[in-house]
Design a protein around this ligand. Structure first.
Ligand code: CU
Length: 113
């Protein structure tokens, strides 16, 4: 059990950290102490109103996100290079994860519901 958990954590780390390093400056991994950010990654749901895999941007009409003090709204996000954007399309109801970066939130997971 312990080995499985460790292996999973390491796999996630190897996938996520290089992607973050390419897209942004290195961040302290999993510390929850990134300056200026009060929360880590948050999960939410919404509907894709526009998506552009070439520029890696998605526009989401999302539900309220209390962790970020956001009401329900429609807004655009950059999408992490590790996310498969071909798996979703405009009009899909999706679950997604937002991860804070220096320049705002970016989508680090998106799945059709
Ligand atoms: Cu918003």
């Amino acid at each position: 059990m312990k080995l499985t958990t460790l292996a999973l954590s390491m796999t996630i780390g190897f996938v996520t950290i290089p992607a973050l390093a390419i897209a942004d400056e290195p961040m302290p991994p999993m510390s929850g102490m990134a300056s200026g950010q009060s929360v880590d990654a948050v999960d939410s749901t919404g509907v894709i109103t526009a998506i552009d895999p070439e520029s890696r941007k998605v526009t989401l009409s999302h539900e309220p996100i209390p962790e970020l003090k956001w009401p329900r709204m429609t807004m655009g996000f950059p999408v992490d290079p590790g996310v498969n954007m071909e798996a979703v399309s405009k009009g899909d109801s999706v679950a997604f994860t937002l991860t804070p970066t220096k320049s705002g939130q970016k989508v680090t997971r998106i799945e059709k519901q």
